[in-house]
Structure formats: structure tokens, C-alpha cells
Design a protein around this ligand. Structure first.
Ligand SMILES: [Zn+2]
Length: 235
């Protein structure tokens, strides 16, 4: 549940649902029923403000990267609470929220914070960095298997394990980096990251498991507090 920060898992989700994922741009989404109007309006406003700020951070911090963010709603009503970022076939950054994810946020600040975090992953080039790390680690593990006299199947297996271990070693750092830049994006877009980060209080704490994919919530809150402090925010 609430694996909105699990980039790796999110990518797997994209891969698994390919062809069946039906999405609608945030600015066109109507929500379906009249009771959803306020939530839909908030989502549209937040999407526009975060999209603009993410674009400006991306233009300042990167070169040659597509900075035209597009934000979508996953129209599957059964999809679990999740938000993730990916690149489309034109390498355009895409952020997708499921409806239950939107519903699980309690105010515009929380929604902005989650969206700012996802946008930050893109600005920081995490998809590309992750695949570089996976390749390098796969090569290294494969080499060790070869030196030990492994056959082709053993080498291939070692490469697969290597890719996984390599990514897992960095994924917590990526999450904290995204929380840090996400805090700045949220603030600059006109929302309060300290209120936004209260979202962490309601999601299960993964603790500090070895090779876990998420940093402990306390560590994430700490980086938000530090960054917000640097921005002059105290509450
Ligand atoms: Zn994340």
C-alpha cells in the first residue's frame, strides 16, 4: 500500500499493466460524480502549480532533458493508492496518480508534496541513474560468477541478482534526495511542505530493513524539516 515512493516497484507496476492502463490528463479530469468536485478542483490546481515549478527546476538544473511535465489520473477505480513517475516514448516526464491516492491525501499541501516528490525524481534523473547502476552492478556480478567458473546460466543469474542488489543499494538515497527537492518544489509552488509531509504519519513505516526499498519515515521527515528550515519555514 501507498508505494508512491517506490520507484522500482512503480516501474514494475507500469510494466505489468502496460496496455491496460487508462489515464486522463489532470486538466481534463472531471472525477465522475458531483461530490468529487472539490477534490477534482484541488487536484487540477495542484497539478498546474507543481507542473510549472517542476518545469522551472528542471530547466535550471538539467541540460538536454525534456522538462514538459504531464500529469495524469489513472482511471481504474480499483487501482490501489499509488503515484509514480515515468517517461513516455518521447522521453517526456509523466506523473500518474491513482484515484485512491488522490483520495488518501487530506489537503492540497499533502497532494502537492507527493506530486513534488515524484517530479523531483525526474529532475534528479533517477530513472537514468537507476538503470546505469543496474547495468554496472550486473556486469560486476557477472564477472565474479565467470571468475568462479560459472556456466552461461549461472552468469546470467548472477547478472540479474547484481542488477537488483545494485539498485536496492541506492534506492533509499534516491527517495531522500527526492524528498529534499520535493520540499523545495512544494514550497515554491505555493504549498506548505511541513503540512504536506504529515502524509508520512499515516503510511506504514518500513523501518530500516537491510536492502529495503524505503527509508524509515522518521528519516524522511527529518530531511523535510531540515530543507524547510533552510527555506525559512518553521510550521
Ligand atoms: Zn520516490
Amino acid at each position: 500500500m501507498h508505494r508512491w515512493f517506490a520507484l522500482l516497484l512503480s516501474l514494475l507496476v507500469v510494466a505489468c499493466t502496460e496496455g491496460t492502463l487508462r489515464v486522463q490528463p489532470a486538466e481534463e479530469w472531471l472525477g465522475g460524480e458531483p461530490e468529487a468536485e472539490a477534490m477534482v478542483q484541488t487536484f487540477r490546481e495542484v497539478s498546474q502549480a507543481i507542473g510549472e515549478e517542476a518545469r522551472s527546476q528542471c530547466l535550471q538544473q538539467t541540460t538536454g532533458q525534456n522538462c514538459e511535465f504531464r500529469i495524469f489520473v489513472d482511471l481504474n477505480p480499483q487501482a490501489p493508492a499509488n503515484a509514480f513517475q515515468t517517461l513516455d516514448d518521447k522521453r517526456q516526464p509523466v506523473i500518474i496518480f491513482t484515484r485512491s491516492m488522490i483520495e488518501s491525501t487530506q489537503n492540497a499541501d499533502e497532494l502537492a508534496f507527493v506530486m513534488g516528490h515524484e517530479a523531483a525524481h525526474h529532475v534528479l534523473g533517477h530513472i537514468a541513474r537507476q538503470s546505469e547502476i543496474a547495468s554496472a552492478s550486473a556486469v560486476e556480478f557477472g564477472r565474479v560468477a565467470q571468475l568462479r567458473g560459472g556456466d552461461a546460466a549461472a552468469i546470467e543469474e548472477a547478472q540479474k541478482v547484481g542488477a537488483k542488489v545494485g539498485v536496492q543499494a541506492y534506492v533509499k538515497d534516491f527517495e531522500l534526495e527526492a524528498d529534499q527537492l520535493g520540499t523545495i518544489i512544494t514550497h515554491n509552488a505555493g504549498y506548505n511542505p511541513l503540512i504536506g509531509a504529515k502524509f508520512f504519519d499515516r503510511i506504514p513505516d518500513p523501518g530500516n530493513r537491510f536492502l529495503g526499498t524505503h527509508p524509515p519515515n522518521a528519516q524522511r521527515v527529518q530531511i523535510v524539516l531540515e530543507t524547510a528550515g533552510q527555506l525559512g519555514l518553521t510550521q
